[in-house]
Design a protein around this ligand. Structure first.
Ligand code: GLA
Length: 325
């Protein structure tokens, strides 16, 4: 079983508010090989010193040890699995921040025989993440991993859950560069941002429907800034998708840089290291734009560029979702 990682081109911290995102599944990810059967989920991982050995059924996935096995346990618990598998997990995702945990979850769901369709797999894995890790994530990562389409990014409306595959033009490259910065305190800060967005929503109604003018009516300066990010980011996703389809890559790149600025200034999920990296990359000839990708607080930066313009990071190819290899 193979489940890809993902990179988000634009639209961060919008999914859990029912907004728009524009990610793509990439050509690297997580593989699980093994044999189905028995009442255990037993998995060895090349990157972990301790194996997972979970007895089914699982009641409380959040208390499972070693901690990395909670991703497996959450999925098994959500599926009420009683038949497990014995196998080996490997990953060729080079850096953090490309949804390796969503890839593990989706791969485990398929190993445990989830019949699909991709949206149902993604919703189950999202619930598993909430239950086992305690991070109130949106649907973007799991849905991209499950529903990726080769050669396409996915324009996802996280309210209707409609997934529209959009071709990635052949004359641009998507390059991922790691900031070298480990994500610290990301989980609690993520939950705090989501709670702030929900508070803002109580003042002006659903942020996905709110016009930018309405945001000015929020008294609290922090809530106002968080809402301004979400509302403006939804518009940037639309503008980016349109620019990409028209071949206006400078405009697409401009939207990425604006997205990064908004994530830094209004949403406060960037770091000085990420800001410096984005500025450095965006200044290179042939780079149309760059931004942090995913939750922020460290992790990876994504750049849109002319083929061959960047000699650092790695090229990400838009790929199909989870599948049997
Ligand atoms: C993480 C979450 C996603 C999404 C991004 C930010 O990757 O898992 O649901 O909220 O952060 O866009």
């Amino acid at each position: 079983m193979f489940a890809p990682g993902r990179v988000n081109l634009i639209g961060d911290h919008t999914d859990y508010m029912g907004g728009l995102v524009f990610p793509m599944a990439i050509d690297r990810g997580v593989s699980i090989t093994g044999t189905v059967g028995g009442s255990l989920v037993e998995v060895r991982s090349g990157r972990e010193s301790t194996s997972a050995r979970l007895e089914l059924p699982i009641d409380d996935p959040a208390s499972v040890s070693p901690p990395w096995a909670r991703h497996l346990a959450g999925v098994a618990a959500e599926m009420d699995a009683t038949v497990g598998f014995t196998g080996e997990l490997s990953s060729d995702l080079p850096v953090a921040g490309l949804s390796s945990s969503a890839a593990v979850q989706v791969a485990v769901a398929l190993m445990l025989g989830h019949p699909g369709p991709p949206l149902a797999v993604a919703e189950l894995c999202q619930a598993a993440e909430h239950r086992s890790i305690g991070v109130p994530c949106g649907i973007m990562d799991q849905l991209t991993v499950a529903a990726g389409v080769a050669g396409h990014a996915l324009l996802i409306d996280c309210h209707s859950l409609e997934v529209a595959p959009v071709p990635v033009p052949e004359d641009v490259e998507v390059v991922i560069v790691h900031s070298g910065e480990h994500r610290e305190l990301a989980n609690s800060a993520y939950a705090a941002r989501r709670a702030e967005c929900e508070s803002a929503q109580q003042v002006i109604g659903p942020l996905r429907l709110a016009p930018l003018d309405a945001v000015a009516g929020i008294d609290d300066a922090i809530l106002r800034a968080r809402a301004r990010h979400v509302v403006s980011e939804n518009q940037r996703v639309r503008d980016f998708a349109e620019a990409l389809a028209e071949g206006d890559y400078s405009e697409a790149g401009h939207q990425m840089v604006e997205s990064h600025r908004s994530l830094g200034q209004d949403f406060e999920v960037s770091t000085p290291t990420l800001d410096t990296l984005v500025a450095e990359l965006a200044a290179i000839p042939g780079v149309y734009g760059a931004r942090l990708t995913g939750a922020g607080f460290g992790g990876a930066v994504v750049a849109l560029c002319r083929p061959g313009a960047l000699d650092r990071g790695f090229l990400a190819i838009a790929s199909a979702g989870a599948r049997v290899l």
